[in-house]
Design a protein around this ligand. Structure first.
Ligand SMILES: Cc1cc2nc3c(=O)[nH]c(=O)nc-3n(C[C@H](O)[C@H](O)[C@H](O)COP(=O)(O)OP(=O)(O)OC[C@H]3O[C@@H](n4cnc5c(N)ncnc54)[C@H](O)[C@@H]3O)c2cc1C
Length: 452
């Protein structure tokens, strides 16, 4: 049901709409800035998209997080004498209703590069066009989009290191480092007076949307400068609180990627490099959309995965008998987070030791990770399975035991998540490392030789 404010289309003044999606903030928001600078008052909109929500469990912590973020926008906009219109439904239907009831001039939003979002946006663009309403889209989610960092011959990079070199070149081509034009904040606050003036509209509760509050805790957006300064030293040790935990905030845009990159540039090149990985995988997804369902390298389609269901369930539950793998999976199941080093170890174990299709693991992470992002998750899984963009060959197989000796020597992380480790109650390894390694090497080698 649309609120009363939307029922008097004929008599209403023309307004522009800013459609929030994965950019849930008022500060330094590219699309919002352009909307506020445009020719008409701006009403904000958020759609709880049932096409996405229907797939999720009712206690999904990410929906609770989005709801909180929308509530915060609602409160801030009310303080500015405006509001956000929040609807649950299919975007096409919500827009059809809005167009009937509302006098819309233009629509603004930020670009989203995932396949579903591209389809949704082109559908909404067509619908708006029929009513002569233009859809204006901007870059906000990444620092550089797919056409902005290309090889000399105009084709996309497929290897990270030269990409990252070119990324820096591009950054520094218009002002150095943190002063780069590409990291400039969009001063939305200068134009806050241009929000459409109205009483706050009612905001549906989480229950109205069909969800319940999760008990999972969300990390906040504040990251100490010291953490970034020591990032290079600490980031690989899951027992240390050495990474930012900003993933979910980048995912839903509750922080600005430009702001974090600006702040990090003088402090840690390694941290900035992680942000470049994020751009890199977003670019790979845009330029090579087949990666969503297929390996980046075609010949890896030939690998005959064992796909043993019982093995998969042990991995999901953190009962493989390899404490580093089990700690990671239990951390994921309990908190919605897993340390990057451990993501690499658990993903390698699933694909290499158990020979289970990377897409199974990818889907499990997608369901559980608070910071789930299609591009980075897919890139991480294909990297682990050896079929992705990475130049390193498939025969790099992590040994979970030596990884533990290197990165959790004092067993801080393991003791936290696998308290029974070292006692009789801890399960024995489900597969012997040497045997699994050799089985994997042979399987990959034979399949790839046949695919040549
Ligand atoms: C199998 C696998 C699956 C992954 N799935 C995801 C995912 O769904 N979503 C996701 O954001 N990251 C994913 N990553 C990358 C990385 O593990 C996480 O970004 C990181 O652990 C998040 O923790 P943090 O916020 O403390 O990161 P920090 O170490 O503090 O890094 C800061 C930010 O940089 C970005 N970043 C860091 N490492 C990477 C990377 N390797 N690739 C791309 N971006 C990176 C993230 O936005 C991260 O929040 C995956 C990695 C692997 C190996």
């Amino acid at each position: 049901m649309l609120p009363a404010v939307f029922t008097q289309k004929q008599t209403m003044e023309k307004i522009n709409i800013f459609w929030f999606r994965r950019d849930l903030r008022l500060q330094d928001n590219a699309g919002l800035y352009h909307a506020l600078k445009s020719d008409r008052p701006v009403l904000c909109l958020f759609i709880f998209d049932t096409n996405i929500l229907e797939e999720l469990p009712k206690s999904d912590a990410r929906v609770g997080f989005i709801h909180e973020a929308v509530l915060s926008l609602h409160t801030k906009l009310a303080a500015l004498g405006s509001t956000i219109f929040v609807e649950k439904g299919e975007p096409h239907k919500v827009w059809t209703a809005l167009l009937k009831k509302y006098n819309i001039g233009k629509v603004f939003c930020n670009r989203d590069y995932e396949p579903y979002a591209l389809e949704r946006d082109s559908d909404v663009r067509l619908l708006l066009q029929k009513s002569e309403v233009a859809l204006h889209q901007y870059k906000d989610q990444v620092i550089f989009e797919k056409e902005e960092v290309l090889k000399k011959d105009g084709t996309p990079y497929t290897v990270f290191t030269p990409y990252s070199r070119k990324w820096y070149e591009k950054l520094n081509s218009r002002g150095e480092g943190a002063n780069s034009f590409y990291l400039k904040a969009y001063p939305c606050e200068k134009y806050f007076r241009n929000f459409y003036k109205t009483k706050p509209l009612p905001l549906p509760s989480l229950e109205d949307i069909g969800f319940v509050q999760s008990t999972i805790e969300i990390p906040d957006t504040k990251v100490k400068r010291g953490l970034i300064r020591n990032y290079e030293r600490d980031r690989d040790f899951p027992g240390i609180n050495g990474t930012s935990r900003l993933g979910i905030h980048f995912r839903f845009g509750t922080i600005s990627i430009r702001e974090k990159a600006r702040n990090a540039l003088g402090l840690s090149k390694t941290f900035v490099s992680e942000l470049i990985w994020r751009d890199f995988y977003a670019m790979i997804l845009s330029a090579f959309p087949h990666v969503v369902t297929e390996p980046f390298r075609e010949k890896y389609k030939a690998i005959p995965w064992r796909n043993n269901q019982a093995d998969f369930e042990k991995w999901c539950a953190g009962k493989t008998g390899y404490p580093m793998v089990d700690a990671g999976m239990r951390e994921l199941n309990a908190t919605g987070f897993m340390h990057n080093r451990v993501r690499m170890i658990t993903a390698s174990f699933l694909t290499k030791h158990l020979l289970i299709d990377w897409r199974w693991g990818e889907a499990y992470f997608a369901e559980k990770l608070l910071d789930f992002d299609l591009a980075s998750n897919n890139g991480g899984w294909q990297w682990a399975a050896g079929c992705g963009t990475d130049a390193a060959p498939y025969f790099r197989i992590f040994n979970p035991e030596s990884q533990q000796k290197k990165f959790d020597k004092a067993l801080v992380y393991i003791k936290k998540w696998v308290p029974e480790f070292g006692t009789d109650t801890y399960v024995t390894p489900m597969v012997e490392h040497k045997f699994a390694r050799e089985r994997c090497l042979k399987t990959y080698k034979d399949a790839l030789a046949q695919a040549e």
